[in-house]
Design a protein around this ligand. Structure first.
Ligand SMILES: [Zn+2]
Length: 172
């Protein structure tokens, strides 16, 4: 941890809000209907069959979205261009998941990663290759998509991400 972040965390004081009023009430979640529109994923899913990645781009701000977005949240317009992106990426951030193996009962550490593909401005959640030690995972780590042998045009065509050599000069 750098000196700066260390100081910041020491100075942090959680604000304690005084509870002024409590209202009785309930929120009937089951009365809501959710509908997910993923029709804008279709061109990307088609390309997955060829083990290629495409993203959509907003003509307002030029941001490239992978996975594709229905609407650009900044410009509030539909991204109207499709662009090719690489299947290489970087670990934008990661979290350690503690998963209990149902067979052995043992708790295993597994890094869950946020992936930013080269050429994309947004991220997606994925897994690293099995057996990668959490301690070897870092932000900025170069990775590459590990494709399923027979891609079917589904979101699981990328099974996980393999680490690739890091050419950064300061890594040692
Ligand atoms: Zn935009």
């Amino acid at each position: 941890m750098s000196k700066l972040t260390q100081r910041k965390s020491l100075d942090y004081i959680k604000k304690d809000y005084v509870r002024t009023r409590t209202m009785p009430g309930s929120w009937y979640l089951s009365s809501y209907k959710f509908r997910f529109n993923i029709t804008h994923h279709q061109p990307m899913l088609e390309k997955l069959k060829e083990k290629k990645l495409i993203a959509n781009q907003c003509s307002g701000c030029n941001r490239v979205f992978f996975p594709p977005r229905l609407v650009c949240g900044q410009c509030l317009v539909k991204p109207d261009r499709w662009v090719d992106i690489r299947d290489t990426a970087r670990v934008a951030t990661y979290a350690i998941a503690y998963l209990k193996n149902p067979d052995t009962g043992q708790v295993e550490e597994k890094p869950m990663i946020l992936v930013q593909h080269d050429g994309a401005d947004t991220c997606s959640i994925a897994e690293l290759a099995p057996g990668i030690n959490v301690k070897d995972t870092y932000i900025g780590m170069p990775i590459k998509a590990h494709w399923k042998e027979n891609a079917t045009g589904g979101l699981m065509d990328i099974e996980y991400y393999d680490p690739i050599p890091d050419d950064a000069k300061d890594i040692e």
